[in-house]
Design a protein around this ligand. Structure first.
Ligand code: IPD
Length: 276
């Protein structure tokens, strides 16, 4: 049975290289445009970095498949099959990148037979590297990661992200959900503008839980392995198993806090990544 460690080593090398390209581009002027909504931003660096990652990996692993944020935006079908599949976000936190707000990451996940095998997330602004392989633990710059073991939601710090939709009905539900989290009461709610880095904070125990409607499979894939290997849970907002394509997630250090959040949330429908 393959352990995919060679693929993980290549993922680490290319994530670091891509992260350096992003860090350099962060010092320069950016050409910005929008995708699905006026707040869903993309720059030429997103395209350049995705091309760098996919062409490098394709050359090395020609039989593998690829799902990438910018390829999907350009119309490539976002399809998870049983084949070894790389799931790539070249710049997570593009809006942060545009504003030089230092929460920007490269995220590379890898799935085989629809099961996530490893994840690599490189924090471009400070060079922190998060890695995990299924069954082998999660690490930050080589040091073992552990989630928070807190079970009491009144002592929890909760993270979320806004998503791209800003119509009044969506914002009402979003703010209603946040109000429920604040009035639980919890210690607080934070939004940092990068789903992958927020999820890494759950893995490191810096916050107890994360929930979001509107993220994509490339925002969750790598981080899900990292959180699970750090001892946490990553589930659907319904409380069932995570569906990578469903554009919604609850992640937490403990099942108790995840279950509490699941019971509070009112859903926001973003459709699916794999719908035509
Ligand atoms: C987005 C960011 C944002 C989150 C979105 C993500 P991108 O990723 O993580 O904070 O709210 O759901 O899609 O577009 O910067 O790669």
């Amino acid at each position: 049975m393959e352990d995919w460690s060679e693929c993980l080593d290549v993922a680490v090398q290319i994530a670091r290289r891509a992260g350096q390209v992003v860090a350099c581009a962060a010092q320069q002027e950016k050409r910005v445009s929008s995708k699905s909504t006026p707040t869903d931003l993309v720059t030429e660096t997103d395209h350049q970095v995705e091309e760098l990652i996919i062409s490098t990996l394709r050359h090395r692993f020609p039989s593998h498949r690829f799902i990438g944020e910018e390829s999907s935006a350009a119309g490539v079908k976002c399809e998870l099959t049983d084949s070894p599949t790389w799931i790539i976000d070249p710049i997570d936190g593009t809006c942060n990148f545009v504003h030089s707000f230092p929460m920007v990451a490269v995220s590379i996940g890898f799935a085989v037979r629809k099961e996530l095998e490893f994840g690599v997330i490189y924090h471009c602004s400070d060079g922190t590297l998060y890695t995990a392989r299924r069954g082998h633990g999660a690490f930050c710059n080589g040091a073992r990661l552990h989630v928070s073991r807190e079970r009491d939601v009144s002592k929890a710090l909760i993270l979320t992200e806004i998503g791209a939709k800003r119509d009044p009905a969506t914002l009402d539900i979003f703010l209603g959900n946040m109000r429920k989290m604040l009035s639980a009461p919890t210690h607080g709610v934070r939004i940092i503008g990068s789903s992958t880095l927020a999820l890494c904070h759950i893995a490191s125990g810096a916050a107890e839980a994360y929930y979001q409607y509107g993220l994509h499979c490339w925002d969750i894939a790598a981080a899900a392995v990292i959180i699970r290997e750090a001892g946490g849970c990553v589930i659907d907002t319904s409380g069932g198993a995570l569906d990578l394509m469903s554009r919604r997630v609850v992640a937490a250090g403990t099942r108790e806090i995840a279950d509490y959040i699941v019971k509070q949330l009112q859903p926001i429908n973003y459709g699916r990544d794999d719908s035509d």
